[in-house]
Structures are given as structure tokens and as C-alpha cells.
Design a protein around this ligand. Structure first.
Ligand code: 13P
Ligand code: SF4
Length: 336
């Protein structure tokens, strides 16, 4: 394999020096010298192949800062995939994100460095479940979180992400719908329900990462740091949201920290997000706690390089299914 011959040459050291300086709190020099050759080679190869790397905010800093061309939350990555003129999209995130890119860009080759990068929310609901919901509640729109398979999206009326869920439910309310069904994240649905007049029927799915946070985590941290600003992702249970100072998608949390520059902040979300924010905001002290998403952590530099070299594994969606799923994703992009 080509990647085995990669070494930390002077050229690699020079090209990656500014990044190492930025990430010097995250990586020891020895470790960095094993990562930098991958960063260098991935960046060379992606230019050669006209590939774009879409990296979610939960990627580790080496991937996020080292090779990501577009970084952000689910909504941002979907919007940028739709606009991209690259021939190849390498999705550094989980499988549903790569599927969303393929739905929006069926003519492009979409690669995911590890096919096993799944999501507990996506696995909690099937297309048949959605068909049954529609039978049980005829005429009620189905608002489906993007954290779902293409099959589930194809059965839904409109998608949403954590950054636009409330907006989309309210937009449906303005169109005369007094009730909507939100799938599959019950916590996102409950958090939206708390802020809208539209009645929300929910599915009992949950994110295996965010459901682990408790209000006590916040209460305990505030005992040590009385000036702590706590930001929570809307996949957290409502009791956690109630203790937090701010709620938002991963990109919204990032913007909040960039703009407000609090002295100390704690994120109720995935661990790498705090690492990435810490690297970009040296004046803000990031306090634990965090929870690791094992699916996101499957995406590593060696796997990204291999995906670019072999142009595998490729995400394939049946074109007819993709077209049906695109209706729900496009509707979301219009309403956002
Ligand atoms: P964002 O859309 O906020 O990036 O969330 C995606 C996700 O998977 C959170 O767990
Ligand atoms: Fe899915 Fe949760 Fe991981 Fe996000 S953090 S990809 S919702 S399991």
C-alpha cells in the first residue's frame, strides 16, 4: 500500500508546521510526525483527483483542520455538497451524511472512509416504520431528522437538522398544520415541542452519545466554575437543556463561542468538538465533560487516504430512491 511508505520529510514538516503550531496542545511531536505525512499526501491527492473533503465538527483535529475543505454541521455540509463542483466527495462523518451528499449530488462519486460509521438514531427507524406512522396518522406531515437512511428520508415529507428543526416545524405550522410527526430523535422532538405551538408526535429514538449527559453533569461543573457557560446540543434530554445557557447545532455552538469568547465553556456534545473549538479559540478554556461517538471516530487519516487512493468504499443509492429522498432534503434546504 502506498501509505506505508509515507514519511516525515523536510517538505512535509515545512508544509504542516503552521498546523502543528495551532494543534500543539492536542498532539505531542512524536504523534504529529506520524500524522503529518498523511495530511500532506491526502491534500496532494485530493487536488490531483478534484476531490473535496467534507468534515463534520466531530472529526478529530488532525482530520478537521488538516484535510477538511468544508467543515461544519450536518446542514452546512449538505448545503456545500449541493454547491460543490468537485468530481469526488469524501465524507468525513457518518454514513447518513454521505448518503445525504449522494442524494444531493447523484452524479458525483461519494466516498466514506469507513462504511461501518453508522449512527444510533439512523438505526432506530426503518422505512416500514415510517409507512406505519403515516397509516396511523394520515395527513400529518413527517419531519425527519437528517440522521436517517435514504429509505427513511424517501418516506418523509421534509427533513430537518438540529439547526433548523424549530424553523421547519414552525413553517409547517404557518402552512396550517397544527400537528407534525418528528422522527427519529425523541429528545430533539421534545426540545422543539417546548418552543412551538405546533403539536409534536415523536418516535422513541435517541443518540447514544447525547442521551448519556445528565443535568447533574452541569450542576457539578458549575460548583467548580461559577462563571461557566454551558452549551448543549438539542439531541440532549430536555432536563439537560434546561440547565444549559445555550442550545444549538454543532455549528451554532461554534459560532456562539467565536462571537462571545466566554472565559470558560463546557459543551454537552461529542469530545472532538471541544478539541476543535479549543484550537480555534485559545482565549476560551474548554472544560470537560464530553462523550465520544464511536461511529465518528472510525474516520481516520489512513482510512481517508486509502479511500482517495482506491476510490472506495463508494456510497451507492438506487437513483429512484435517491430522487424520492431528495424531495424531503430539498424541501428542508428551501425552508432553511
Ligand atoms: P449537527 O447537525 O449539529 O452537526 O449534529 C449532527 C450529529 O450527528 C450530532 O450528533
Ligand atoms: Fe449519531 Fe449521535 Fe454519533 Fe451524531 S453523535 S452520529 S447522532 S450516534
Amino acid at each position: 500500500m502506498q501509505s506505508q511508505s509515507l514519511s516525515y520529510t523536510d517538505e512535509v514538516a515545512k508544509a504542516t508546521a503552521p498546523l502543528f503550531e495551532k494543534l500543539s496542545n492536542q498532539y505531542e511531536r512524536d504523534h504529529w510526525e506520524t500524522l503529518a505525512p498523511y495530511i500532506y499526501e491526502i491534500n496532494r491527492l485530493k487536488k490531483e483527483k478534484n476531490a473535496v473533503i467534507l468534515a463534520h465538527n466531530y472529526m478529530t483535529p488532525d482530520v478537521f483542520f488538516g484535510v477538511g475543505d468544508v467543515v461544519g454541521d450536518s446542514l452546512m455540509l449538505a448545503q456545500k455538497a449541493a454547491e460543490s463542483d468537485a468530481d469526488i466527495i469524501v465524507q468525513c462523518g457518518v454514513h447518513f451524511m454521505a448518503e445525504t451528499s449522494k442524494i444531493l449530488c447523484p452524479e458525483k462519486k461519494v466516498l466514506i472512509p469507513d462504511m461501518k460509521a453508522g449512527c444510533s438514531l439512523s438505526e432506530s427507524i426503518t422505512a416500514e416504520d415510517v409507512r406505519q406512522l403515516k397509516k396511523k396518522h394520515p395527513g400529518i406531515p413527517i419531519v425527519t431528522y437528517v440522521n436517517t437512511s435514504a429509505d427513511v428520508k424517501a418516506e418523509s415529507d421534509v427533513c430537518c437538522t438540529s439547526s433548523n428543526a424549530l424553523k421547519i416545524v414552525n413553517a409547517l405550522g404557518k402552512q396550517g398544520h397544527d400537528t407534525v410527526i418528528m422522527t427519529p430523535d425523541m429528545y430533539l422532538a421534545k426540545n422543539v415541542a417546548a418552543e412551538t405551538n405546533v403539536k409534536v408526535i415523536f418516535w422513541e429514538g435517541a443518540c447514544m452519545v447525547h442521551e448519556r449527559f445528565t443535568p447533574q453533569d452541569i450542576i457539578d461543573a458549575r460548583k467548580t466554575y461559577d462563571d461557566l457557560i454551558v452549551l448543549a446540543h438539542p439531541e440532549c434530554p430536555p432536563e439537560v437543556m434546561a440547565e444549559a445557557d445555550y442550545a444549538g447545532s454543532t455549528a451554532q455552538m461554534d459560532t456562539f463561542i467565536k462571537e462571545k469568547q466566554p472565559k470558560r465553556a463546557m459543551l454537552m456534545t461529542e469530545c472532538s468538538m471541544s478539541d476543535n473549538i479549543a484550537a480555534s479559540n485559545p482565549g476560551v478554556e474548554m472544560i470537560g465533560t464530553c462523550q465520544m461517538c464511536p461511529h465518528m471516530k472510525r474516520i481516520t487519516l489512513p482510512k481517508i487516504l486509502e479511500a482517495l487512493q482506491t476510490e472506495q468504499p463508494e456510497v451507492i443509492i438506487d437513483p429512484a430512491l435517491g430522487k424520492r429522498a431528495k424531495v424531503a432534503v430539498d424541501r428542508m434546504l428551501e425552508l432553511s
